[in-house]
Structures are given as C-alpha cells and as structure tokens.
Design a protein. Structure first.
Length: 612
C-alpha cells in the first residue's frame, strides 16, 4: 500500500506549535539554570529582545502558506492522484526544513542578545588617589555603645568607603599596641573587603592603642613614585596610650599626606566586654578596685590630630558614620595614573550561537524537499561533519593546557571560599606558561590547606618552593610549609621551615612571629617530656620505697604534684598559641586573593603597660 503524500495541515502545524512551546520552555529553563550556577552571566544587549519574536511570527506565516499550498493542490488535481502525478514529493519534509530554519533563526536571535560571562583576564589603567585605612582592633573597640560593637561599625564603615571608590587604590592597616599592614595598596577592592573577615582583637597579640604607629605604618605603605594624592583614614575610639599621634600626623602632613579620622565611640562610653577562647562573653574588664573599666571617646586628641594632618573629622552616631566630609574631600584631590592591573572581564559567547545557526542553515539548505537525493549532498554533509570533528578535537587539545581563565576562576573560587573548585582550577593552571614559576602551585597549596587536605597542601608548597625563582616567592612557600608543620605539632620541622624562609627574606616580620610560636611550642614540648621523665623516675622510686627503702633527699612524696617550673608554658597558654596560629593561617589564605603582595611595614615595637 502506497503511503498518501498530502498536506496534513492540522497534524503538521500542531506539531510545529508544540515544538515551538517546548523549545522556548527549554531555553527559559536553561537560562534560569545558568544564572543560578554562574551569577556573572549577563546579556550585553538585552534591548535586542524583539528578535526573539521572529520565530513565532514566522510559524504563523508558514502555517498560512502551508494551508494555501494544500488548498491549491486540492483545487488543481484530485488528491487521490497526487501520488501518481508527483511520486517524489515529500510535503512533510518542508515541515522539518522549516523547523530547522526557525531554530537557526532562534539561535541568531539569542546571539544578538550577546550573552557574556566573566572568565577573561584584561589589562587596564586606573586613575585615582591612594588611600590607606587604619583600623583600631584593640579590646576597647568591642565596647557596644553605638548600637553594636565599635569594631563591627568600623568594618561596615570601611566597606562603605571601599564601595564608593572608583579607580582609587586602597590599603588596610590594623593596629592596637602595635601596627602592621593587613592589605597593601591595591585596585582589587574586593580583596580589601575580604581581609576584614579575619580581623579582630586577637589579630595583634600586643594590646593598647598606638595611633602614631598606625599613621607611621600607613605613610610607609605608600608608593613614593606615585603622583596620586595620598590620604590616611584612621578609625579609632581615640584612647591613645602609647605614642605621639599628633607628631606623626604633623610629619605626614609635611610630606603631603592628609590624615582624616572617625571617632568610633559615644560621648558617655561603655564598659569593655571580655570573651573566652570560644567567643562567649564572660563579663566586663575591671580595674584594680573591681570596678568596670569604662572606655570613652578621646575626641579632643582626634580633633587635634586631624588639624595637624590637615584632614577632616567625623564622630560615629548610633549605627552610622557620616562619610560625606571625607568622601567630598577626595574629589578635590589630584589623581594619578596607577600601573596596569589585571581584573576579570567578560567573554562574549555570541559566536557559538551564530555557529549553531550556520550549521542548521547548511543542513536545511542541502536537505531536499523530494525523495531525489543529489549526489553532492552526502559529500557536503560528510565534509561538514569531518570539519566539525576536527575543530572539536583542536578545542579539546587546547583545553588541556592551563590558561589565564583557569587562574582567574581559581582566584574567584578562593574569594568565594570554594576550596575544592579552587584546587581543581589552580591544578589546571599549573601548566599555564604565563604564570610566575611556582605561583600556581603555591595557590593550589592554599586551596588544599583551606579544604583541610594538609598532606597534599604540603606537597604543593614544597613543589612551589622548588619551582619558584624569586626569593620572596620561595620564602612564602617555606612559610606555609612551616604553618602546616606547626599545625601538626611538629615544632622542630616548623622551626627549620621558618628559618629557611627567613634566610630567603630576612625582613618578613610575619615569619619571625611564626618562628617565635614554633620556638615556644618546642620549649613546651621539651618541658612536658622532662616532666614525664621525672614522673617516671618518681614512680620507680615509689616502687622502691614500698620494698622498704626511704625516699632520697629532695624527692617528692607520692601523690604530690610538682609545681610548674618558672617560664613553663601551661596547656591553656598552648591552646591560645594554637588559636593565634589558626587565625594567622586564615589571614595568610586571605592574602592569596591580593594580586599585588607588598612587604609588611616595619613598625617599632613599643612597650605597653595597659591591655586595652
């Protein structure tokens, strides 16, 4: 029985309508899925959305034309004779060809929206001023007299400052009884915000409020070759106990550096809370008479300081700091061109949509409407398929090599604290020839350490130390090796790693501090071992006494504990040391995100008598 070849308008058009609905439902679902999985996905030209209307409108015209052809055929000949008159006619093929054509048009319409994703590294130039922000992290900043703790309000204020900057470089200095650079000057303002997460009173072991040391550290952090105006912003409660902040502000003003301040306290002040090692409040700080210590704002000193530094002063209110005077003063300053920096830019994906449209149009063009197959059709399809396969193989081979995109995506994953993805991306980027030797291995070690895989992180850091060419990079790798060993209670190995790091970079204060922790841990371990040996000897002597022998002179009677030796580190102190180490490691992992690493400034150590 010969199959009747006629225009089945209702069946074919209904099929096309269902296909149209299913196609756009799939497109909408895919768009929502990719927006969820990749928030950086955007449409560069969303105003081109009317192009998406073309396929549905074309379906209406095709249905009308298809119906017209069916009527014309029926009016010209008997439908029963169609198979005889046109034996090679295939009306259904015109439906399939239209489906291919409208799909190609839909891909072109989506390509006109210019979808893009941020996976490319681009070099740009920025113009602005240089701002160093000094944040007080002393214990008095935990006072809650502003509707929240002074430190939390100061952090929010810094986020607002950084969010208002455009083309300016910013850096961060934290201080208490001493000061050090938490984030060097950088255009990567997102990294500056990230550093705020690891800041607290425990970040600096020496307590107090050395505002002068903070200003001095900020001044030392500026680039002397930059022509941009230089500004220092100090956020503190003003209880300066250690140094002469007025003299440091006057010296900064003499060097052309403006000093601004924000008083982070109320007029009446408040008691200073105390916390245990788990962050739970245990009470308030008391003086020698057992009375709560009240921390108040030293506004007179701060006003005198900004007058000496030719800056502005604002005082925090309940939950808010008015930044308009400070930000308005920045607009009047001279800007300078900063060096080229790398940042993540968007890569346009529209070529893939046009490529798919071209492929569908080629298939539609070579697909005949009748059953007669031209001899050249198979050859063209074969050539197209072979070319596509060859292109896909080339793209696959290219994807096996590390690229800048892998390094940038890994850095973003670290910023998002997605350590597993960061490990995978940095592992792929290790084959990128454009990276500094050992840098990708060092970054991968940071990701592995963040995910808790200490063994693989150790291998990565050791590989980075072997591959790195610059002494500072080698020193950084050895410092991280020491951190892992110290976290694993291997004090002797950590001391060796820190010494190797200091041999390569003797000026790194951070490594010196870590070395002091390792030395303290080794001393504690040695004393514990001596204590265990003495306990063993006492047990042996006690056994001999039970046999009738008298205890020797100076021997402790059984059951009495030997008092701690002078200078011995108690277990509670050891736990505090390990807590300090963990926080230090968290800060080190955060430093990975700053692409411009600067050496830590060297502030003078000042003897502190007060501890808040």
């Amino acid at each position: 029985m010969t199959k009747e070849r006629t225009y089945r308008v209702f069946t074919h058009v209904t099929g096309l309508v269902l296909f149209e609905l299913a196609f756009w439902a799939a497109v909408g679902s895919f768009y929502l899925l990719i927006k969820t999985a990749a928030p950086q996905f955007e449409l560069h030209l969303p105003g081109a959305w009317p192009a998406l209307i073309v396929p549905p409108v074309a379906l209406l015209f095709f249905a009308r034309h298809y119906r017209w052809k069916q009527r014309k055929t029926a009016s010209s000949v008997d439908l029963a004779l169609v198979n005889t008159l046109w034996p090679h006619a295939r009306p259904r093929r015109s439906v399939w060809k239209f489906a291919l054509w409208r799909t190609a048009v839909a891909f072109m319409a989506m390509g006109m929206l210019a979808p893009k994703m941020g996976t490319r590294l681009k070099e740009v130039e920025a113009k602005g001023v240089d701002i160093m922000i000094a944040l007080d992290v002393s214990r008095s900043m935990m006072t809650e007299d502003l509707g929240m703790s002074r430190l939390d309000l100061a952090k929010r204020t810094i986020e607002r400052i950084v969010g208002r900057l455009d083309g300016d470089r910013a850096g961060l200095v934290v201080f208490a009884g001493d000061a050090y650079v938490q984030a060097p000057l950088t255009l990567d303002l997102a990294a500056v915000k990230l550093f705020l997460d690891a800041i607290g009173p425990e970040a600096i072991p020496v307590q107090g409020t050395a505002i002068g040391a903070a200003i001095e550290q900020c001044v030392a952090s500026f680039d002397p070759e930059s022509h941009a105006s230089k500004v220092v912003m100090v956020l503190t409660d003003g209880e300066n106990h250690e140094d002469d902040a007025l003299a440091r502000a006057d010296e900064a003003a003499s060097a052309g550096i403006l000093v601004h301040a924000a008083g982070m306290a109320s007029e009446s002040g408040g008691p200073i809370p105390q916390f245990d090692r788990y962050g739970r409040q245990t009470g308030y700080k008391e003086d020698a008479n057992g009375q709560p210590v009240v921390s108040t704002l030293d506004e007179r000193m701060l006003v005198a300081m900004v007058e000496a530094g030719a800056g502005t002063y604002v005082r925090a209110r309940s939950g808010f700091v008015d930044l308009d005077p400070f930000l308005n003063s920045l607009e009047e300053l001279e800007t300078g061109n900063t060096s080229k920096v790398a940042y993540t830019d968007y890569v346009h994906q529209f070529p893939w949509f046009f490529l798919m449209a071209l492929a569908l149009l080629l298939i539609e063009g070579i697909w005949p409407t009748s059953s007669r197959k031209p001899k050249w059709a198979g050859a063209i399809c074969l050539c197209f398929i072979l070319s596509s396969a060859q292109y896909g193989s080339a793209q696959s081979a290219r994807g096996q090599q590390g690229t800048k995109a892998d390094a940038v995506a890994g850095t973003q994953a670290m910023l998002d604290r997605n350590f597993a993805d960061a490990d995978s991306l940095f592992g792929a980027a290790e084959t990128w020839k454009g990276a500094e030797p050992g840098q990708m291995a060092l970054n991968r070690g940071m990701a592995l350490a963040g995910s808790g895989n200490a063994e693989e992180a150790m291998k990565a850091f050791q590989r980075a130390a072997a591959q790195a060419e610059h002494p500072a990079s080698k020193a950084d790798a050895w410092n991280n090796v020491g951190n892992l060993l110290l976290g694993g209670q291997d004090a002797e190995g950590a001391i060796g790693a820190y010494k190797e790091s200091l041999r390569l970079d003797p000026s790194d204060e951070e490594t010196r501090y870590n070395l002091s922790l390792a030395l303290a841990m080794r001393q504690q371990q040695e004393q514990q071992e001596q204590q265990q040996n003495q306990d063993g000897e006492q047990n042996q002597d006690g056994q001999q006494n039970q046999d009738g022998q008298q205890p020797q002179q100076g021997q402790q009677p059984e059951g009495e504990q030997q008092p701690p030796q002078e200078g011995q580190i108690q277990p509670a102190d050891a736990e505090r040391i390990l807590d300090m180490l963990e926080r230090n490691e968290a800060a080190l992992r955060a430093k990975l995100q700053a692409q411009e690493n600067a050496k830590r400034g060297k502030g003078k150590k000042i003897k502190i008598e007060k501890d808040w």
